[in-house]
Design a protein around this ligand. Structure first.
Ligand code: FPP
Length: 257
């Protein structure tokens, strides 16, 4: 079996699939791709060079996750707050998204064989027309795939997502399509960008930062957190395995005893 991104790994590495059963794997992993700027700075490079390297890591980890049987993985690529960054950096991130979307289209057959569904979560209305078109096309081409859903959160904020859900529900109530008594967790869930996905089980944040930063706010209430000092561009499939092994050791009680 070929495992993407294993080129730097030690020869004695034991495949994670023989260490953990399917049941021990998180169903939904969230990843905060942090540390690109510091990675670039350490090398005297521009910040966007860090994002470029980070986008390579994203491809490796997304592919690896789908190969080992993770059903859902969501990457935080651009937060609602990231528009505040210098225009040059915002443009560079948009360009990386364009490149990925073009590549996803040209590698459609391959993705199809791998059963990868690509999904963008967040308010895409603010993006340039060409990116919106490419996103809609990526959604259309992969919507029937079920093996692994790779989601990319862009112009995403957990609070903004909850506000959107509240507005959608209020509109339904106003139109008489729903009563107030029918508002429950499932109703809110169905109005989130992540509708249809399970809650996040594990959130990984590299680069030593220990906070959620408005990521999957509703979906992470029972998530386990995994932090590492590794900067995102240096994050390997072995680091991903470490997070999974750590996750498998946690005793999850979901409020019970
Ligand atoms: C946070 O690191 C990272 C971002 C705000 C951007 C992440 C975007 C990518 C990796 C590219 C996305 C492209 C695709 C195809 C999904 P930071 O810049 O805050 O790092 P720092 O904390 O070290 O400054």
């Amino acid at each position: 079996m070929s495992i993407a991104g294993t080129e730097n790994n030690s020869p004695e590495r034991v495949p994670i699939t023989s260490l953990l059963s399917k049941e021990e794997l998180p169903k939904h992993v969230g990843v905060i791709m942090d540390g690109n700027g510091r990675w670039a700075k350490q090398r005297g490079l521009k910040r966007y060079e860090g994002h470029r390297e980070g986008a390579k890591t994203f491809r490796r980890i997304a592919e690896y996750a789908s190969e080992i049987g993770i059903r859902y993985i969501t990457f935080y690529a651009f937060s609602s707050e990231n528009w505040k960054r210098p225009q040059e950096e915002v443009n560079a991130i948009l360009q990386l998204l364009r490149e990925y979307l073009d590549e996803a289209e040209s590698r459609q057959k391959e993705n199809e064989e791998k059963g990868i569904r690509i999904r963008f979560v967040g308010d895409i209305s603010k993006f340039p027309e060409d990116i919106k078109d490419k996103i809609n096309e990526a959604h259309r081409l992969s919507e029937d795939k079920t093996r692994c859903t790779v989601s990319i959160a862009i112009n995403y904020g957990g609070r903004q997502e909850i506000i959107k859900a509240v507005k959608d529900i209020a509109a339904k109530v106003q139109k008489g399509e729903m009563s107030i008594d029918e508002i429950d967790e499932a109703a809110v869930d169905s109005c989130l960008y992540t509708a249809g996905m399970p809650d996040a089980d594990l959130i990984i944040r590299p680069s030593g930062e220990i906070r959620l930063s408005n990521f999957l706010t509703w979906q992470s209430v029972y998530a386990e957190f995994y932090y590492t000092n590794v900067l995102w561009p240096d994050f390997t499939t072995e680091d991903f395995d470490k997070a999974l092994l750590d996750f498998a050791k946690r005793g999850r009680r979901f409020g019970g005893v």
